[in-house]
Design a protein around this ligand. Structure first.
Ligand code: FAD
Ligand code: DLZ
Ligand code: SF4
Length: 531
């Protein structure tokens, strides 16, 4: 899993300048919001520190588009601050004096700027929080760590909600959030009489429907300079840089979201879970990367979607579905992360041990669904939720891949990946390695599900209708083998007991044919075959 940032040597406290009242205001790479807490009360003598550092670029081998996105957005943000008259100490990655770690850059800035105190907004990752906790003893300066109020549920709100509950379920948290923020409500009741229209979000994309191409953002001069730096510095990282077209400013991110509202929101509900060959974006919003960086505001996204519904521009199932993702899932996932860290990072409830197969890094596999999901991840640093969960995540679950390797992959390859949001989704939702904290049952599925929700199988090398033959879809035998491996555990789970019974009702020959096929597939994975 993510390595801890380099530990810097203990240092003598920086002597306080009696005159200085200046605050060193540290802005991390995913805190690029104009109103970020660490900037509040900014005075003319204060100095903002932003640092591009190798430590953050390499704690996993991030996709080059993700590094480009973060560094370019940081440079644009710093330029906007400077234009507002703020003094920014901006450390570039290739600056010869750069110590290449966030903490060491804070110490260097404290030495040179001689501020009276340090202000920082609480970070998104536990790893970084541990580092920030050393700043006070290492600099001798008071450190004000401010709440990240860009989230709609503060950590305190989540803890209060969680207190005394034996199970934390997103659905109940989401209802509290709808009430607390008065979003999609009719007085005390949910708009339309139902809290959740999930059952109306599961349609297959009909033949002949082509999702609209989303607005994308070709690189400007600043981004092109970063791209050259990234290409030179990280030549071996997975993924292509050629297609970079993420928004890197708040204004462009807003234009991207406006494009979603105008062209995709109304169909987002129906086809939220659908997948289609060579359609990377479907009807998704594509807001996670700019939102997680701070270029968009979560509450405003929800309010804008609600306004579209109230203006008759989008149906309730679409708008509720979208709001549920942001107000519900995103906030719930963050709450779970902080509630359960650091223990969460070590969870492996299903005892998975297998190393991540090479084809996760190459897309070289005959499984068309996997090749599509991994291939578009290489090209765009993006796959939509159902690909992450029911294709690459489902395969990892069924094949018993170790959560550390899977976590590292998801954290590295997606432009929107930060541990607070990546880990509970991967370890919890996809792998069930948290033993049921995020979801009450594993999202395990055979090829039949993938065939129902996509058009991948038609042209696949494998036969989705076969489970045990030489060309049988790998998901089928792996699914039944997974059920058999964990039969005892799942028999006790009311939501998993049915497949266990189905497997047990199969003839002995059928069961052993499925398990033999699964054993062969797993052996192929272990031998590095591309499947
Ligand atoms: P849309 O489908 O349009 O949804 C709108 C927004 O809702 C997203 O931008 C996101 O902010 C939020 N959202 C939706 N589902 C979730 C969720 N499960 N958790 C948190 N927020 C959610 N999302 C990340 O932002 N970063 C990650 O590193 C990440 N890793 C994931 C790993 C796995 C294994 C899985 C199953 C999901 C992961 N997700 C992650 C959640 C989700 O897949 C992405 O947020 C989504 O695909 C981003 O695309 P979009 O903006 O087009 O989303
Ligand atoms: C992801 C990232 C990358 C690639 N680079 C930097 C960087 O050079 N400087 C920085 O301040 N932040 C970077 N980040 C974002 C941090 O990793 C992020 O702030 C932490 O993971 C906390 O969420
Ligand atoms: Fe994926 Fe199996 Fe369908 Fe091929 S047949 S696309 S491997 S689900």
């Amino acid at each position: 899993m993510a390595a801890t940032a380099a530990i810097h040597p203990m240092r003598a406290p920086v002597p306080l300048s009696p005159m200085s009242q200046a605050i060193l205001r540290v802005i991390l790479g995913d805190q690029l919001s104009r109103d970020i807490a660490a900037l509040s009360g900014h005075a003319p003598d204060d100095v903002v520190l932003m640092a591009e550092v190798m430590g953050e670029c390499t704690y996993v081998p991030h996709h080059p588009q993700k590094i480009t996105l973060v560094l370019s957005a940081m440079r644009h943000f710093a330029a906007a601050l400077t234009a507002r008259g703020v003094t920014v100490r901006y450390i570039r990655l290739d600056d010869p004096a750069n110590t290449q770690s966030l903490t060491a850059e804070v110490l260097r800035a404290a030495d040179e700027v001689k501020p009276a105190r340090i202000a920082v907004t609480e970070p998104g990752e536990y790893r970084v929080l541990q580092d920030i906790k050393t700043w006070n003893s290492e600099t001798g300066l008071p450190v004000d760590m401010l709440e990240d109020d860009r989230f709609l549920a503060s950590r305190r709100f989540f803890e209060t909600w969680a207190r005394g509950k034996t199970q934390l379920r997103m659905e109940f948290f989401y209802r509290e959030m709808r009430r607390a923020h008065a979003i999609l409500m009719e007085g005390d009741d949910p708009e339309g009489g139902k809290w959740n229209y999930d059952s109306e979000n599961r349609k297959r994309l009909p033949a002949g429907v082509t999702p609209p191409q989303p607005k994308r953002f070709p690189p400007d001069a600043v981004t092109r300079e970063v791209m050259a730096l990234v290409a030179k510095t990280f030549p071996d990282h997975y993924g292509s840089l050629d297609n970079f077209d993420y928004p890197v400013t708040a204004r462009d991110a807003q234009a991207g979201f406006a494009d979603f509202l105008a062209h995709r929101l109304r169909d987002f509900g129906d086809w939220q879970d659908a997948m289609a060959a060579d359609q990377s974006w479907m009807f998704h919003a594509l807001v996670s990367a700019p939102l997680n960086l701070g270029l968009l505001d979560a509450k405003k996204l929800c309010q804008a979607a609600e306004a579209a519904y109230r203006a008759g521009k989008a149906p309730l199932n679409a708008v509720e579905g979208f709001i549920r993702q942001i107000l519900g899932w995103r906030e719930f996932i963050r709450g779970i992360y902080w509630h359960h860290m650091p223990d969460y990072a070590t969870r492996n409830a299903l005892g998975a041990t297998r190393a991540l197969p090479e084809f996760y890094w190459t897309a070289e596999t005959h499984m068309r669904c996997m090749a599509q999901a991994i291939g578009q991840t290489m090209t765009h640093a993006y796959a939509h939720h159902i690909q992450r969960l029911m294709i690459t995540g489902n395969f990892a679950l069924l094949a018993g891949l170790h959560p550390d390797g899977v976590d590292e992959w998801y954290l590295a390859v997606y432009a929107d990946a930060y541990e607070w949001v990546e880990m509970p989704n991967t370890r919890g939702m996809a792998l069930h390695a948290d033993g049921g904290i995020v979801g009450s049952k594993p999202y395990a599925a055979s090829g039949a599900y993938i065939n129902r929700m996509s058009d991948y199988c038609g042209k696949c090398h494998y036969d989705v209708t076969d489970a045990a033959g030489d060309r049988a879809c790998p998901f089928n035998a792996l699914y039944w083998d997974f059920i058999a491996r964990h039969a005892e555990r799942f028999a006790a789970n009311p939501r998993m007991a049915m497949p266990v019974r189905s497997f047990q009702k199969m003839s002995a020959e059928r069961r052993s044919a499925l398990r033999a096929r699964a054993a062969w597939l797993l052996q192929q994975i272990d031998q590095g075959a591309k499947l």
